[in-house]
Write a protein that binds this ligand. Structure first.
Ligand SMILES: C[S@@+](CC[C@H](N)C(=O)[O-])C[C@H]1O[C@@H](n2cnc3c(N)ncnc32)[C@H](O)[C@@H]1O
Length: 243
C-alpha cells in the first residue's frame, strides 16, 4: 500500500530497495530535499531518520493536493471530486481507469497518515522549478534525491507555450535536456549530497560516467500491446552519486 493519497506516475516506492544501499551515511545529513518530488517516495522512506523534509514540484495541481491533504483527508476527498480536478488527478496518476485513480484517493491508511503527520511536523512543500529549490535549501547537511523525468521522454505534459498559426492551435514541447547538464554541473560543484536515479541509455551513461555507483533493471507492471501481442516493458536505471 502506498504512502501517498493516490497513484502517481513515476512513483519510486517499489524501486527504493534497489538504491537505498547507496544513500549517504545517515550521520552525515539531517534534511531530505526532493526537487522533483512527485509522491515523495524517498522522503517517506527516510521520514523517521531526518529532521526536515522539503518537497518541491513544478506541477501545481500536485502541490495543491499536498496542501489540501495536510489540512485533512476529508478536505482532500472533497476537492478531488470536483470534475475538473478529478480529470487532472486521473492524468497525473497514470492509472488506467478513472475509477481506479479515484478509488485510491478515497481511502486513508496508516502509511498515508504517517507521511501526512511527518509533513505537518517537519515538512516544507514548494511549487516551482527544481533549481530554485536547490538554491534555496541546499547545504552540507542536505541529502538531495533527484528523480527528473526520463532523459528520452518528450514530456508532452510539460508544454511551454501555446499559440495559433492560421487558426491552428500549436504547442511547443519543452527541451528537457538542459536539466541533465545542470545536474552534471551540480554533481561537480555542490556541497550537498546528491543522488540521481535515471534511465540508462548511451547518453546518460556517458555524461555521468564519473559518478555512476550502480544500476538496476525494472519490469513494469503495466502491459503494452505491440502488433496484437502483450508485453511488459523493461528498462535499466543507473544510480549516480557525488559523495
Ligand atoms: C519521475 S517524477 C518523480 C517521482 C517521485 N520520485 C515519486 O516517487 O513519486 C518527476 C517529477 O518531476 C516534476 N518535474 C518535471 N520537471 C520539473 C522541473 N523543471 N522542476 C520541478 N519539478 C519538475 C514532475 O511534475 C514530476 O512530478
Amino acid at each position: 500500500m502506498s504512502h501517498f493519497p493516490m497513484a502517481y506516475l513515476g512513483n519510486k516506492r517499489l524501486d527504493i530497495k534497489y538504491f537505498a544501499k547507496y544513500f549517504p551515511d545517515p550521520e552525515t545529513y539531517s534534511k531530505i530535499l526532493e526537487p522533483f518530488a512527485g509522491s515523495g517516495a524517498v522522503s517517506f522512506y527516510l521520514s523517521d531518520k531526518v529532521d526536515e523534509i522539503i518537497l518541491n514540484d513544478r506541477n501545481d495541481i500536485l502541490i495543491e493536493l499536498y496542501n489540501k491533504w495536510v489540512n485533512g483527508f476529508d478536505q482532500l476527498k472533497e476537492w478531488s471530486t470536483i470534475p475538473e480536478i478529478e480529470k487532472l488527478l486521473h492524468k497525473m496518476s497514470g492509472a488506467g481507469s478513472f475509477k481506479r485513480a479515484y478509488g485510491i484517493i478515497s481511502k486513508n491508511t496508516k502509511k498515508k497518515e504517517k507521511f501526512r503527520e511527518a509533513l505537518i511536523s517537519k515538512g516544507t512543500i514548494m511549487q516551482g522549478d527544481w533549481i530554485d529549490a536547490i538554491n534555496e535549501h541546499c547545504d552540507e547537511n542536505t541529502f538531495v534525491y533527484l528523480d527528473p523525468p526520463y532523459f528520452d521522454s518528450n514530456n508532452k505534459t510539460y508544454i511551454t507555450s501555446k499559440t495559433k498559426i492560421n487558426d491552428n492551435p500549436i504547442v511547443d514541447i519543452e527541451d528537457g535536456t538542459k536539466i541533465f547538464i545542470d545536474i552534471l554541473n551540480l554533481l561537480k560543484e555542490s556541497d550537498c549530497k546528491i543522488m540521481l536515479v535515471i534511465n540508462k541509455n548511451a547518453i546518460t551513461e556517458f555524461i555521468y560516467s564519473d559518478y555512476i555507483v550502480g544500476e538496476y533493471e525494472k519490469i513494469y507492471g503495466m502491459t503494452i500491446i505491440v502488433k496484437g501481442e502483450k508485453y511488459k516493458k523493461r528498462t535499466k536505471h543507473i544510480i549516480i552519486t557525488n559523495y
